[in-house]
Design a protein around this ligand. Structure first.
Ligand code: SF4
Length: 136
């Protein structure tokens, strides 16, 4: 697997967990229509932060969405299929992402039941510090 995050511009300038990109900028960075990002959000596949009514995406969100699009378009996984898979296993298992990439990836997404149990034990702050999206 090539690292889809390599395709995303803007990396390395701000804390990757900080939500800084309005939807129009995020869409331009990913070369998609803003509607696509709203669909991913509605499907629960990405969770931007809100400043009032404005969605803001972090670099981790951008990197994650690049991976998401690779799974959808390169691997041919449907959005419903992806949602089911991500409820069972972490993103690196779905994307066949090698350990040398996923171990240090701050955009990684793990919504598996064990991860959700960790959140319920009160580790949400840790998740946010790591920039890990958690939709439990
Ligand atoms: S760990 Fe997940 S988000 Fe990170 S590169 Fe691998 S598949 Fe993508």
């Amino acid at each position: 697997m090539t690292d889809p995050r390599e395709k995303t511009p803007g990396r390395g300038t701000v804390d990757p967990a900080t939500p800084v990109y309005p939807i129009g900028v995020a869409a331009r960075l990913l070369n998609v229509h803003p509607r696509t990002l709203r669909i991913y959000e509605a499907e629960g596949l990405v969770r931007p932060r809100y400043a009032g009514a404005r969605r803001l995406f972090s670099q981790n969100d951008i990197d994650w969405i690049a991976c998401l699009r690779s799974m959808i378009h390169d691997e041919g996984i449907s959005i419903p299929g992806l949602k089911k898979l991500l409820a069972l296993v972490p993103c690196w298992a779905v994307a066949d992402c090698p350990p040398e990439i996923h171990r240090n990836c701050r955009a990684r997404v793990d919504l598996s039941p064990e991860r959700c149990r960790s959140c319920r034990r009160g580790e949400e702050e840790e998740d946010r510090r790591d920039g890990l999206p958690c939709r439990s």
